[in-house]
Design a protein around this ligand. Sequence first.
Ligand code: ZN
Length: 142
Amino acid sequence: MPDFLSPTERSERMALIRSKNTGPELLIRKLLYSLGYRYRIHGIGLPGRPDIVFPGRGKVIFVHGCFWHWHREASCKIAHLPESRRDYWGPKLQRNRNRDETVRRDLLERGWESITVWECQLTDLPALKAQLVSFLGKPQKG
Ligand SMILES: [Zn+2]
């Protein structure tokens, strides 16, 4: 996230990113639907409230913004620590990462496999499709 936003712009952007039904999530749901998958959304009652749930397969998908969930891959062009207040942002974003990892383990203990789709992956849809099919198995099984 650029660091030149005004406080108002920043809080608006934070609200947008944090709310459900964000752009990347909708796009991935459309992609899954077009591939023939059926799913539920916002897994209420599951650890971390996964964005997309496949009850028949015991699988869930999280759609994560690269900034807030600190996508620490060299290939990611979005995630970065803001230039200012690094002593604030570093621990904050690290806590988000730790929470995501705890959620992943909690889900696994309950028999749910999870993957994370990162917003930067939306720039390569063929690769994303291949990853989703590989994770979920063939469509039309619920
Ligand atoms: Zn990323």
